[in-house]
Design a protein around this ligand. Structure first.
Ligand code: HEM
Length: 343
């Protein structure tokens, strides 16, 4: 029973990692709210360490100094890559902070989270800065090429769809504007700066966070649609095959899918896609097959959640639907709250 539950959660994490991370992080933040409030500096340091582990060797490399690459260390490397891609921590933290302004402050969980909103904002800054540092230096110059030398870009990026390449490149330019907006919002979250600024000025500035949320939605949607139009080679539909992998092999493969979905980076760095990319969606749905039960020691293994293989493109559709659900619900709740306040 417990194994079935774990399998199911792992399966959910494979197909909808953002929603699972969001649920887990909300729960953790509510449970740790008192500790976060009391020992905020410890949490800031814990969040700043991965940033330093990425930023110091990366800046060193830019300056021609080869420093130790922490990305190579198992597990720790996974955390650092997650930081870079705004996966398990960065994006869900931003969503929690965003939702705090739209939910009923009288609700006990919302109350707890509202009490640490400033601390969560400061914590979210570290994955955002890590993500931006890598993206601005690695991906942005190439994205600019789309606008300055379109033909050269399309050729070097092996992009088959100009609209997709345009959406991806646009999302990078938008990322720069987001960064320019995020930095003052983030810096003024620190108590000392807030106090020096005064409450009136501070509140006025913080209103820009709504613009940042709108840009965040466009940024994520453009990245996802750009990748759908120019899928990477490993996301391309493969011929339907009968898979006879063992349960654990399949399970590992599905887990890998989770990070694959987030690792748009390499493709984004070199542009996009593959020459044979576009195939009917139906094709890919048909191939979202449940892997046949493996035969082990002459016995057929039962078919569990860990055996269900979900196509990378399908996972991307689910992720995009999650984005629409999250931001759509936020907009609805925020507007409802504003209407009620007016009344
Ligand atoms: C305040 C600044 C930024 C924020 C808050 C931000 C936020 C995000 C988020 C939440 C995602 C995940 C989207 C998803 O899961 O669907 C993402 C992905 C991405 N962003 Fe940003 N971003 C910022 C700046 C930038 C900049 C400056 C660039 C490039 C110039 C950039 C390029 C990318 C790329 C390529 C991805 C795909 C995932 C990856 O490989 O990292 N972002 N961003």
């Amino acid at each position: 029973m417990i194994k079935l539950l774990i399998d199911f959660i792992q399966f959910l994490n494979t197909i909808a990692p953002l929603l699972v991370s969001l649920a887990v992080l909300t729960l953790l933040a509510a449970l740790l709210s008192k500790s976060i409030k009391k020992h905020a500096t410890v949490y800031y340091i814990a969040m700043a360490v991965p940033f330093a582990m990425v930023a110091i060797p990366f800046t060193g490399r830019l300056l021609g100094i080869e420093l130790f690459n922490f990305n190579r260390i198992p597990f720790l490397g996974g955390i650092l890559r997650d930081y870079i891609h705004m996966g398990t921590l960065g994006f869900p933290l931003l969503i929690i902070i965003m939702y705090m302004g739209a939910l009923n402050p009288k609700n006990s969980t919302v109350k707890k989270l509202l009490g640490i909103r400033k601390e969560l904002s400061i914590m979210s800054g570290f994955p955002i800065l890590t993500h931006s540092l890598i993206r601005v230096t690695n991906s942005f110059p190439n994205a600019l090429k789309f606008f300055t030398d379109n033909e050269g870009y399309m050729e070097s990026a092996r992009a088959i769809n100009a609209l997709g390449a345009g959406l991806t490149s646009f999302s990078f330019v938008l990322g720069i504007l987001m960064l320019a907006l995020f930095i003052p919002l983030w810096v003024t979250s620190f108590n000392s700066v807030h106090k020096r600024m005064g409450s009136v000025k501070w509140k006025k500035l913080q209103r820009w966070s709504y613009v940042l949320y709108a840009m965040l939605f466009i940024h994520a949607m453009c990245i996802q649609s750009g990748s759908m139009l120019n899928p990477r080679e490993r996301e391309m539909p493969k011929p339907a095959i009968e898979v006879t992998a063992t349960t654990s092999e399949t399970h590992n493969r599905n887990n890998r899918g989770n990070s694959e979905l987030r690792e748009n980076a390499d493709r984004s760095d070199s542009g996009n896609g593959n020459k044979n990319a576009v195939q009917p969606i139906a094709d890919s749905i048909l191939r979202t097959e449940a892997v046949r039960p493996a035969v082990r020691n002459g016995h057929q293994q039962g078919q569990g959640f860990a055996d269900i293989k979900v196509d990378a493109q399908i996972r991307r559709y689910i992720h995009t639907a999650s984005l629409i659900l999250i931001f759509g619900s936020y907009l609805y709740l925020r507007m409802r709250k504003a209407r009620m306040k007016k009344k």
